[in-house]
Design a protein around this ligand. Structure first.
Ligand code: NAP
Length: 289
């Protein structure tokens, strides 16, 4: 691309950032749309998230994605925060406004857009969430907002699952969510669940692992959505499919969180053809056939 005095700069701040796939998404979108915009990684050392936000604004950056470990740490340095990001307590996209950045969370809308594209419904479903970290908490809020019939959160550390269930119930104004320890999975009623895998288990390089190995557990899953995106096909997904369920991975969530950020920065509307092109470039960058 040609960089000149009018080129707008966006990027991702985090630590580490070297593994990021976001440049493949955003630079493909900008090039395809003929936008004079470039997207680069910014490694920010620990303790400097606030400096980075202020510096990015001073340098006239159009927008910034925020990744691990700064999604909550940047919040005090924003001019404004979108209500969804505030509820989730994590910001992954900063949008330039008059006088400062406004923070958004595009991870959950990204997951929802990916699920819609894959034909996965949340409304009325019994939703099983594996994990109780930052992403699992956001998924539980998404599931409540999108009308899940029931939410069960299973986590190795039960207290963390319990805390999320209580927050969700407070938001919903009723007892919608319940928490269980991971090893209690066998006590789940013999029903069919939409299971969302939000632990770190199965991520590269420990790709041979799944958070639960027991085939009997997978009999209860009609659809499994693994948020892990590397590898593209996880052991969890294989176990779901072996028991006759549908399984999806986290790559499309990654794509759509980026697309929604790009739309917020530029006002563009990315159609499915261009989304497909960015998806292809992202897979190439990850060396996925
Ligand atoms: P996090 O806050 O560190 O939470 C990690 C979760 O994994 C906790 O519930 C933890 O249980 C559980 N866990 C870790 N090791 C485990 C083990 N050996 N056995 C059982 N449970 C284990 O992480 P996060 O930020 O929520 O991220 C969670 C996942 O989401 C990651 O895999 C990440 O790649 C994925 N993600 C995907 C996208 C995307 O666009 N597709 C975006 C963001 C994140 P304890 O509470 O007991 O420690």
């Amino acid at each position: 691309m040609k960089i000149d005095g009018y080129t707008r700069v966006c990027g991702v701040m985090g630590c580490p950032v070297e593994h990021t796939m976001s440049p493949a998404i955003h630079n493909t979108l900008a090039e395809s749309l003929g936008e004079n915009l470039v997207y680069v990684p910014f490694r920010v050392p620990a303790g400097h998230a606030g400096d980075a936000v202020k510096g990015a604004f001073a340098l006239n950056l159009l927008g910034v994605n925020v990744t691990v470990p700064y999604k909550s740490e940047v919040i005090p340095f924003l001019k404004e925060i979108d209500p969804l990001a505030e509820t989730i307590g994590a910001v992954n996209t900063l949008v330039r406004t008059e006088g400062g950045f406004k923070g958004y969370n595009t991870d959950m809308p990204g997951l929802y857009r990916a699920m819609c594209e894959d034909g996965v419904e949340i409304a009325g479903e019994k939703v099983l969430i594996l994990g109780a970290g930052g992403v699992a908490r956001a998924v539980a809020i998404l599931a409540a907002e999108k009308g899940a019939g029931r939410i069960v959160i299973l986590n190795r550390t039960q207290e963390k699952a319990q805390k999320i269930a209580e927050e969700v119930n407070l938001l919903a104004g009723r007892r919608l969510a319940e928490a269980k320890a991971l090893e209690e999975y066998a006590s789940l009623p013999a029903e069919k669940y939409l299971a969302i895998q939000a632990t770190n288990v199965g991520m590269f390089p420990k790709v041979e692992k799944a958070v639960i190995e027991d085939a009997a557990f997978y009999e209860k899953i009609h659809t499994g959505y693994d948020l892990v995106f590397n590898p593209a096909r996880t052991r969890f997904m294989s176990l779901v499919r072996e028991s006759g369920g549908r399984a999806f991975g986290g790559l499309k969530m990654l794509l759509y969180q980026g697309i929604i950020a790009y739309e917020l920065w530029t006002g563009a509307e990315i159609d499915s053809e261009l989304a497909g092109k960015a998806y292809g470039e992202m897979r190439k960058a990850m060396k996925i056939e």
